[in-house]
Design a binder for this molecule. Structure first.
Ligand SMILES: C[S@@+](CC[C@H](N)C(=O)[O-])C[C@H]1O[C@@H](n2cnc3c(N)ncnc32)[C@H](O)[C@@H]1O
Length: 210
């Protein structure tokens, strides 16, 4: 066993053949394949969906639909996932994998800018997964907050941003600033409960107060 991560992966549920193929396909054919959630985070998102039992989920930042499919595996009957991706070049890749599952009727894909699409949505959500442009995390949060049900959850990915969020590091790029501002804003927000899990690149779990 070469690492703790290998040990973990050999002692948790498998990701399954379709997601394994998607992962390989992304590594061969897409730019920045490390953006997809991957085995451990994917199984974690599925488990969180099992626990939360959302009727309606919003994902901001689909990329390959890896995380979308993981969350969809845990959906209760009649529950839906809405997922938004700004890069229209990814649509064929995403649909190729959605079409290969019997979950595709439970997943609605929107191609476009989440900042423009979210205000047009009439849904409310029990769970929102924020995983798009790191510069805009606070904007996504503000935009969805009123659409999240009381006691609903918001999960934000990459909130430890490879450690660049630590005071004293010299990172002043706009993505790092975006994540730092978001983390500070959530820490100061008394309308929510929050924890940061040091999973992969940091996963913040936020619960809206009743
Ligand atoms: C980290 S990847 C998402 C990974 C995916 N959620 C997963 O876990 O497998 C981020 C994606 O967000 C998309 N994105 C960036 N800004 C966006 C925006 N304003 N609206 C919608 N999608 C956006 C990017 O094109 C990219 O595909």
């Amino acid at each position: 066993m070469s690492s703790i991560e290998d040990y973990i992966l050999s002692h948790i549920d498998e990701e399954g053949e379709l997601l394994r193929q998607l992962n390989r396909d992304a590594h061969v054919n897409l730019l920045r394949p490390r953006m997809l959630s991957g085995h451990l985070q994917g199984r974690t998102l599925k488990m969180l969906c099992r626990m939360i039992r959302p009727q309606s989920v919003l994902e901001i930042g689909t990329y390959t639909a890896y995380a979308t499919l993981c969350m969809a595996e845990a959906l209760e009957p009649n529950a839906m996932i809405h997922t938004i991706e700004i890069n229209d070049e990814l649509e064929d890749f995403i649909r190729k994998y959605l079409d290969r599952t019997d979950l595709k009727d439970r997943i609605r894909l929107y191609i476009g800018d989440a900042l423009k699409i979210i205000p047009t949505m009439n849904e409310t959500f029990d769970l929102v997964f924020i995983d798009a442009d790191k510069r805009l995390y606070s904007e996504y949060f503000d935009l969805v907050f009123d659409k999240v049900e009381p006691q609903g959850f918001i999960i934000a990915d990459n909130t430890l941003w490879d450690g660049k969020i630590l005071d004293g590091t010299q990172h002043s790029d706009r993505q790092t600033i975006g994540i730092k501002d978001f983390n500070d804003k959530i820490a100061a927000n008394t309308n929510v409960e929050k924890v940061i899990l040091p999973l992969r690149d940091g996963l913040t779990i936020i619960r809206k107060n009743p």
